[in-house]
Design a protein around this ligand. Sequence first.
Ligand code: ATP
Length: 464
Amino acid sequence: MSELSRGPELMEKIVSLCKRRGFVYPSSEIYGGFAAVYDYGHLGVELANNVKEAWWKAIVRYRDDIVGLDSAIFTSPRVWEASGHVGGFSDPLAECKSCHSRLRVDHLLEDVGVMADEKMSEEEINALLSEHMKEIKCPKCGKSDFSPAKKFNLLVKSNLGNFTGDWEKEPVYLRGETCQGIYVNFANVLNASRKRLPFGIAQIGKAFRNEITARQFIFRTREFEQMEMQYFTPPDQEMVEYEKLRAIRWQYYLDLGLKEENLKWHKHENLVFYAKEAYDIEYNFPFGFKELEGVHARGNYDLTQHSKFSGQELLYTDPVTNEKYLPHIIECSVGVGRTVLAVITDAYHEEMVDDEIRVVLRFPYKLAPVKVAILPLSKKEELSVPAKEVAQMLREADLTVEYDETQSIGKRYRRQDEIGTPLCVTFDFDSLEDKAVTIRDRDTMEQVRVPISELAAEIKKRLA
Ligand code: ATP
């Protein structure tokens, strides 16, 4: 089996497969599309749910020291003033003077090997832009002439609860990240859960950002889902816990099934003033190594800000020493869509079988959206009725099943390979007599005969 080399060709194949097979559709396509927003189809939902379940299990359910939360998308606008997002959550935007594309200058600079990031001031970024203007090419038209960069705020505004018609003066924001909902609930969770430091709060939910660039498929979207965990520590334990969290998050991706050679750490050199340390886990996407997850040590900045702006004391009292202090926070934060894209990229394989290209998504079994396909050899009722009974039996055994009776068996195998189904079960005329079916393995294509009475147990054994 061969993995395809990274590049635009692989990206095109993934985007096309995702649409064709119902993983991901461009939003509002019948109206000409809606930039940087995507809809998830049946297989995409199943895959994303499996990703979220793996994260939730690893972060919340298998641990005693982390609890879950589902805070609302809307909050008081004060939350975003306190967090610094109203004042400073912005990316540097420049316009190509030739084709008028709006572009993110820190990314254009990175593309020509110049270290830049969104935390730089307008002056710093413009100095770099002028210095490297000739090397930078507009990704759309190839010209090298750009307007000066301006910082553009990424928060998405709404009129929720404001009926004055002048709502833009006092907007309510759609959350730009899920973690603020965690910080503002710190005292509630502490009181309700009776946890002692160190402990964490985790949540999965939608976030919204007015991203400037709308390229790269589900890697960067304006509406997306985040999986975030904020871990509250005594000040002197922050960095010890941080190192533990880094190790845990690396191992998580290996356990998820991503290939280690496609992962790497990136250390932030230009830290925001309050941060102690910041690393990203990068994945080798079709367009190269880019951030998959951030793992950051944030000091006590977040609780300090919310305490200041809300006037509420968010101190923790040490139960042994009675000392009062603001907890420090370490966090891990990753997008569901970015993980889905990483998982699909890692799984995408092509190989020659019988002079034809076989496309296989070699998903780790726990992530595969469909676990088993039931394929009767004929559409005739003689076979379709008992085959459907087998499918239902497996569904009731808690397996995700697809039933398919159209076209040749070879074509049906290929269709299942392309969506990464680990096992296909064929029900043939002999099955009526010997009460057995054939299991075919996605990766080895080997086939074995198994009694129907043992089928569910056999499948579960193979998928374990
Ligand atoms: P980038 O530098 O790529 O814009 P970021 O540093 O702004 O990302 P964070 O604010 O740290 O990202 O968000 C944490 C995680 O949320 C990211 O690592 C990524 O997985 C995900 N994420 C952030 N922005 C988006 C987006 N627009 N679309 C999809 N996922 C996103």
